[in-house]
Design a protein. Structure first.
Length: 292
């Protein structure tokens, strides 16, 4: 009997540890709810299979790298879903695990959806506001999470790429007179990653101080490969570092490459890992010391 109790105790302890490891911290973007919609912040989200929708209390979910592996870099991920839902697992959780394996802390954004059923939100107002707020929140809490504010990136899939396009190139400085300390923080992205981003809200020009970019899509994606090529050209005109991978096949929504029977698509995340390393994101470049 004693051995049975010991086994049950150990099993419960293991389950508790497992839950603690897998549990994630969820941080609302606004503690009292989104401005103008505070009365809706307690409405439950809807989630099933791969998606989440009915988002009225926008938030970020924090994914921390394994103990001792964090390197100070971070990325905010904006999943896609046509602004009708969020493809949360494949374009949020899966890339978060990828980055965590590289020692990068991740914040997966749940932004308000302008095309959800009976949505009161506008993409160019509320999704945009959520994107800015998420970046400012990460900057404002960088010390808490051990993040280097010079290595904070922004990643978008499909519709989430439109959120990136709306917030990555302007209005980056915080308001030093803002009552809310988060609004005083910067929204600057030090790098962006665009995975078959949607065609809407592309900037007219890329400023010379734009963040370096990694771009990826499939040539047979009739929706999102043409605008990505345009974005590449705008980067080249601005002479800002950019790397693009345009695969022959893969169509839209190949996520992190596991849902296609194509070696090139299966392995595209490794190209991203290579670019991150070459760009000194996981580990900042050490300046050479000249000796006399």
């Amino acid at each position: 009997m004693k051995n049975a109790f010991v086994k049950i105790f150990l099993l419960l302890a293991l389950l508790t540890v497992s839950f603690a490891v897998n549990a994630q911290t969820v941080i609302p973007l606004w503690p009292k709810g989104a401005p103008g919609f505070e009365n809706r912040r307690n409405e439950p989200e809807q989630a099933k299979d791969y998606w989440v929708k009915n988002i009225h209390n926008p938030s970020v979910t924090v994914f921390i790298p394994p103990a001792g592996k964090a390197n100070g870099a971070a990325v905010v991920i904006c999943p896609g879903g046509g602004h009708r839902l969020l493809v949360y697992n494949s374009e949020g959780v899966a890339p978060a695990k990828f980055f965590n394996d590289l020692g990068i802390t991740v914040f997966v954004l749940k932004y308000r959806l302008g095309r959800d059923t009976l949505s009161p939100y506008r993409i160019d107002v509320h999704a945009k506001a959520d994107g800015y707020r998420a970046m400012r929140l990460v900057h404002s809490r960088a010390a808490e999470f051990g993040i280097d504010t010079n290595r904070i990136g922004l990643m978008g899939f499909s519709a989430g790429g439109e959120v990136v396009d709306m917030i990555a190139f302007k209005n980056l400085q915080g308001n030093p007179k803002a009552a809310d300390p988060i609004d005083r923080a910067s929204a600057k992205a030090n790098f962006i990653i665009q995975v078959y981003p949607g065609p809407g809200f592309m900037p007219g020009v890329i400023p010379a101080d734009a963040p370096p970019a990694f771009l990826v899509a499939a040539n047979d994606d009739v929706c999102c490969s043409p605008p990505l090529i345009q974005l590449l050209q705008k980067y080249r005109e601005a002479k800002v570092p950019v790397e693009m991978h345009l695969y022959a096949k893969g169509d839209h929504a190949f996520n992190m490459g596991t849902n296609r029977k194509l070696k090139s698509i299966n392995n595209w995340p490794q190209r991203l890992a290579d670019w991150l390393e070459d760009s000194h994101i996981p580990q900042p470049e050490r300046k050479k010391v000249l000796h006399n």
